[in-house]
Write a protein that binds this ligand. Structure first.
Ligand code: NCD
Ligand code: ZN
Length: 354
């Protein structure tokens, strides 16, 4: 399929960092312009670790939504070694918390409160299995003796596979899968296991970290990997397999925090995320499978209704700005200063099933 104009059911972003304050005010409209819902990551400082904190964070998000926007933040809790089964039960009863996020302590931005040993979180995981709350996993070991490009593959072998044995009914998402190993694992896993795939891991291989010089805006966790892994991700995303779905991991940081002697991890893709996913599928001749990946598979996995509204994408070149202002400091988006080949044109109809 090679159309110049495609209409999709309004998509969802199953892995998004919205932050707070000035960045929230900039990042939220960038997603809400075309996505109907997003799984909102809880790695604020302090982390969103309780249902009460998720509720007040959700209120701040709703207050920052542009007038007329129709967007639903799907909140998550940050798993700590102190997360209690009672908190999980409350999350399951709430209508706002949809999942719990696991960060290995020290793996990425604001992960200091994360888990040092999954066994310390077993009481919470038991409760999640019992109440049907999905576990979203940042799938990297933090063992300093493991090469940083191998940390996903080692995580799968050391932690994910044993976890699934211990919790056969727990729904698990391998977030931002980056390797062929991860894709193969998910394909072979039971239907309780899914994976999100970011657009930057579909577009870039690790050469993009060093293209003519050090490229801090391509630095994220987990790292972008070698070409064979990128190809495996593209195959998975465009295959129509129902347990792979879009999760941008759009993770804005101020320009100065990235262009630094010790720069932060995170790629800000929201300003063109849907358009760039379309580029990937277009190149593969798979535009007819874009809608399922963007708009169906994630909702089905989470047991939520698919969105009802539509977005229209058209083939039209535009140039991403070099930077995007916030009330504090600018953010450099993915594709800064370069061409994007698709554009979101319009929306029609109400977006959600009532
Ligand atoms: C994320 C962030 O900045 O919050 N960074 C990233 O590189 N993906 C954290 C995360 O999801 O790992
Ligand atoms: Zn993330």
């Amino acid at each position: 399929m090679n159309a110049n104009r495609i209409t999709l059911t309004r998509p969802d972003d199953w892995h998004l960092h919205l932050r707070d304050g000035a960045i929230l005010a900039t990042a939220l409209p960038a997603t809400a312009r075309c996505f109907g819902r997003a799984i909102v990551m809880p790695n604020l400082q302090p982390p969103v670790a309780t249902v009460a904190q998720a509720r007040t964070y959700r209120d701040r998000i709703m207050a920052a939504l542009p007038a007329g926007a129709d967007f639903e933040p799907l909140m998550t809790l940050y798993l700590t070694e102190a997360t209690s089964p009672a908190e999980i039960a409350e999350a399951a009863r709430s209508d706002l918390v949809h999942a719990v996020k696991y960060y290995p302590a020290g793996a990425t931005t604001h992960s200091e409160s994360g888990v040092t040993d999954l066994r310390n979180a077993y009481p919470a995981l038991e409760a999640m299995q019992e109440h049907g709350v999905p576990l979203l996993m940042h799938g990297e070991v933090t063992d300093p003796s493991v090469d940083v490009f191998d940390r996903e593959a080692v995580f799968i072998e050391r932690h994910l596979a044993p976890l699934l044995q211990d919790f056969p009914a727990l729904r698990v998402v391998l977030e931002h899968v980056t390797t062929r190993d991860g894709v193969d694992f998910v394909r072979a896993a039971p239907p309780t296991v899914g994976a999100t795939i970011t657009v930057h891991h579909l577009l870039l291989n690790r050469n993009a970290l060093f293209d003519g010089g050090l490229r801090p805006h391509h630095y994220c966790r987990p790292l972008i990997k070698r070409e064979t892994h990128r190809q495996a991700l593209v195959e998975a995303a465009t295959s129509g397999h129902p347990r792979f779905f879009a999760g941008t991991d759009s993770a804005p940081h101020h320009r100065h925090a990235k262009e630094s002697a010790c720069g932060c991890a995170g790629v800000y893709s929201a300003p063109a995320a849907l358009e760039l996913y379309a580029e990937v599928f277009d190149r593969m001749g798979a535009l007819d499978r874009l809608e399922a990946f963007m708009s169906f598979h994630g909702a089905d996995f989470y047991g939520l209704p698919r969105n009802r509204g539509r977005v229209v994408l058209e083939r039209a070149d535009w140039t991403m700005p070099e930077e995007i202002a916030t009330a504090e400091a600018p953010i450099v988006p993915l594709r800064a200063g370069e061409k994007v080949a698709w554009r979101v044109r319009a929306e029609v109809e109400d977006r959600r099933a009532s």
